[in-house]
Design a protein around this ligand. Structure first.
Ligand code: BTN
Length: 290
């Protein structure tokens, strides 16, 4: 079963990818081993290099064959981050992959999918032994306040088809000592979070894919309301004063949680606000305008 999954994915021809090298093929084989029986749910392509795994799946989604398509790249030349930013990664130092998730015909536009993805990542990391995993709305994964992984969710144009989303995940495994992230403070990696050598990339990826599959199944049946409590348990800013930088303006308030659609709930001086997009940061209680 696993071999078939791997064989089929060799046939996917996604533009702007560098064909699999022996090492990428070996990683894919190892991944199938770690996934075991779950491998049959996935069509996995593991390439040495591409511009962005998200861009490849968004621009050229493979035909729906009932499986979840996954594109993994050893190296991205133009990794995309949230809000138009770049995502930096280093070969061998990061795990970068995207998952194409298709919803059942008739499913409503996905609400809370982004938070569900973050929750799956958090739970998978906990299963790998990471302690102190927290979620920063909408879906950054933090460990002791430092960013370990980021997620970029992009919805495909439906054009009369059921909704589908590309969920791109970048996880730092072991950053080079001189890694520099302009404009960003507090970045960590799995080696530090575990205080030990991390498992192989394929072992980590298998754990993440298993949890994504599990939570997306729950999400498809019961939606985000069924997962909201688990997300809120890991909310890094629960009950804290925050600033939310949006397009051209910043909102201030106390982060009280998220609603059933995954919107952030912000207690402000003018009442409870639902926030749909923005960058959240902790704000000191003293000084400044509320
Ligand atoms: C963020 O925190 O800003 C989101 C980062 C998402 C990065 C991943 S790496 C794999 C996938 N391909 C991309 O181009 N971006 C996502």
């Amino acid at each position: 079963m696993a071999d078939n999954a791997l064989f089929d994915l060799q046939r996917l021809h996604l533009s702007s990818t560098t064909p699999s090298t022996p090492s990428a093929s070996a990683s894919a084989t190892e991944l199938a081993f770690h996934l075991g029986a779950l491998a049959q749910n996935f069509a996995i392509e593991w390439v040495e290099s591409c511009d962005s795994t998200n861009a490849r799946l968004v621009d050229a989604p493979p035909p729906d064959d009932g499986r979840v398509h996954v594109l993994v790249a050893d190296r991205q030349t133009a990794g995309r981050g949230r809000r138009g930013r770049q995502w930096q990664s280093w070969q061998g130092a990061s795990l970068t992959f995207s998952v194409l998730w298709r919803f059942e015909p008739g499913a409503p536009a996905p609400a809370g999918l982004s938070l569900t993805s973050g929750l799956a990542l958090a739970r998978a990391l906990e299963a790998l032994g990471v302690q102190g995993v927290q979620l920063k709305w909408p879906n950054d994964v933090l460990v002791h306040g430092e960013k370990l992984a980021g997620i970029l969710v992009e919805l495909l144009p439906t054009r009369g088809r059921p909704p589908a989303a590309v969920i791109g995940i970048g996880l730092n495994l072991r950053l080079p000592a001189d890694a520099h992230f302009p404009g960003q403070t507090g970045v960590t990696d799995l080696a530090r979070a575990l205080d030990a050598a991390p498992p192989s990339r394929s072992a980590v990826l298998a754990t993440l894919l298993a949890e994504l599959l599990h939570l997306f199944d729950t999400y498809a049946i019961a939606g985000f309301p069924a997962l909201r409590g688990a997300w809120e348990q890991r909310n890094a800013f629960a009950g804290l004063p925050v600033a939310i930088a949006g397009e051209g303006s910043t909102q201030f308030g106390i982060c009280t949680g998220v609603d059933d659609d995954g919107a952030l709930l912000l207690q402000t001086e003018s009442g409870m606000q639902r926030v749909l997009a923005g960058d959240v940061s902790l704000r000191p209680l003293t000084g400044g305008t509320p």
